[in-house]
Design a protein around this ligand. Structure first.
Ligand code: GLU
Length: 503
């Protein structure tokens, strides 16, 4: 009978969760989904030296944020748990000893000094480093005596000296390794802890994993895993190695050259839809060339054979473009809710919001999302709607020509007689407006009426108005601005600037 497809991610809780974990999880989820299978989460925390407090919870939180859900895992349990390797320690030693009994593995009593020595000698002779098989030929009596004397030991896998190990990778074809070049891998360490290789294989087997879809950096471990499956006499899963995410110089994606923490993307206002779409595109293209898609569409139409191995370069500009598309597609109310913490971080709104504030934010978000790349950018660019006290920018020596020109136009505008007249006329119109809220159409009309009554070109009238209403040569539409900030604040801005610049 065909086995039910089961895939997994198996991150180690060693710090801020990595974008690579989400990328690999996403492909595992899609593969399980199209095959009516299941996707599980396992925490590989056997390496206590690299363990960091709280990082397991961050893995749950960031994957949940992205909607990358698992059917079984340490937090929700499942039929083949526990799903956290530190809770499975008893299991691994037994399996390692089982291999010793079968003659597939052996006790190795070599001291760290002997191994250091060996390494030095290999180095001097320009030979590849590796264990020399010293303890492979110990007799039964020798082993028993050492065990009885309490000598520390590790358990090593007996790699065949001859022949080849072949990975039949679904995407890459056959990858062939000469057995003589593969070390006798340590399975159980002197402290009784399993190595990654042993724990990973035992757990994939016991958890019924049928397809191991992981990054290409694990290819060199896979022949050791295949030999382990053989040694146990277990059916091996299918191995599929996904292309690594890369920096623009094509090295493996790294902190120094790119943000790699999922929390960074969350904290900087990327939408989960944008980040997932981007990660999906890293190694996959839709047949019709579609670039913007949802996780659901990705899962529903996924075909593992369409994964491309090109070595995708992580490009934040592209991510920004994709995120912008998703911000524009998203329901405005929902997007605004997501943007609120970013407005709060700027101090533009408080802990709790009035209905009026909420609807103003919606209008601000609607305008700025057209061109912003992140929620954070939306908040960063919204200052003009919140800050009522400003001055005109100073002219400085190092300014480029265009910038200088823009600012000069502001100063000229408010010193010019027509400019002054326009500002005062507009002030009268706002004062006469009957309600605090200014409708958008009315805001437009107040501006165009001012223009008409002054009877000059728009630059002569609108530039000085822009100067006093925003302090900036470009940016927000004045009518949107006025209607968003309302009558009282518009008046306050006008009066303050009139006094400040003797208009
Ligand atoms: N614990 C490994 C990691 O941190 C798992 C690798 C694998 O998928 O086998 O990615």
């Amino acid at each position: 009978m065909e086995r039910k497809v089961r895939t997994r991610v198996a991150p180690s809780p060693t710090g801020d969760p990595h974008v690579g974990t989400a990328y690999i999880a996403m492909f595992n989820i899609a593969f399980a989904h199209v095959n009516n299978g299941e996707f599980i989460l396992r925490i590989e925390d056997t390496d206590q030296n690299r363990y960091t407090e709280g990082s397991e919870q961050m893995i749950f939180d960031t994957l949940n944020w992205l909607g990358l859900n698992w059917a079984e895992g340490p937090d929700i349990g499942g039929p083949v748990g526990p799903y956290r390797q530190s809770e499975r320690f008893g299991i691994y030693g037994d399996y390692a000893r089982q291999l010793v009994e079968k003659g597939e593995a052996y006790y190795c009593f070599c001291t760290p000094e002997r191994l250091d020595n060996l390494r030095e000698r290999q180095k001097a002779m320009k030979k590849a480093p590796g264990y020399d098989g010293h303890c492979r030929s110990l007799t039964k009596e020798e082993i028993e005596a050492k065990l009885a004397a309490g000598e520390p030991y590790v358990i090593r896998l007996k790699m065949p000296y001859e022949g080849e190990t072949v990975i039949h990778d679904r995407l890459r074809g056959d990858i062939v390794f000469e057995n003589s070049k593969i070390d006798d891998q340590v399975l159980l360490k002197a402290d009784g802890f399993p190595t990654y290789h042993l724990a990973n294989v035992v757990d994939d087997h016991l958890m019924g994993i049928t397809h191991v879809i992981r990054a290409e950096e694990w290819i060199s471990s896979t022949p050791k895993h295949i030999q382990l499956y053989k040694a146990f006499g277990w059916e091996q899963p299918e191995f599929i190695h996904m292309p690594l995410l890369r920096n623009s110089d094509r090295t493996k994606i790294s902190k120094r050259k790119n943000p790699v923490s999922l929390n960074w993307y969350k904290d900087n206002g990327y939408l989960k839809e944008g980040l997932l779409n981007f990660l999906g595109l890293m190694a996959y293209s839709f047949k019709d060339g579609k670039e913007i898609f949802s996780l659901q569409e990705f899962k529903d139409t996924f075909n593992i054979d369409n994964v491309s191995l090109g070595g995708p370069v992580f490009d934040l500009v592209k991510l920004g473009w994709i995120n912008n598309q998703h911000m524009r597609l998203k329901d405005l109310k929902e997007l605004t809710e997501l943007a609120i913490p970013f407005f709060q971080a700027k101090g533009y709104v408080g802990e709790t919001l009035t209905d009026h504030e909420r609807s103003s934010l919606e209008r601000i978000v609607e305008i700025i999302r057209e061109h912003a790349h992140t929620l954070k950018e939306i908040a960063d660019e919204s200052e003009v709607y919140f800050k009522d006290e400003y001055t005109l920018p100073e002219l400085t020596e190092d300014m480029d020509k265009k910038e200088r020109k823009g600012i000069e136009r502001l100063y000229n505008g408010i010193q010019d007689e027509i400019g002054k007249k326009s500002i005062k006329l507009f002030l009268e119109k706002i004062e006469a407006y009957p309600t605090e809220d200014i409708l958008l159409d009315d805001a437009k009309k107040l501006l165009t009426d001012t223009l008409e009554e002054i009877g000059e070109g728009p630059g002569k009238v609108y530039m000085p108005l822009r100067a006093v209403l925003t302090g900036q040569p470009k940016g927000a539409d004045l009518y949107n601005l006025i209607s968003i900030i309302g009558k009282a604040r518009t008046l306050a801005r006008l009066k303050r600037m009139i006094a400040l610049y003797n208009i």
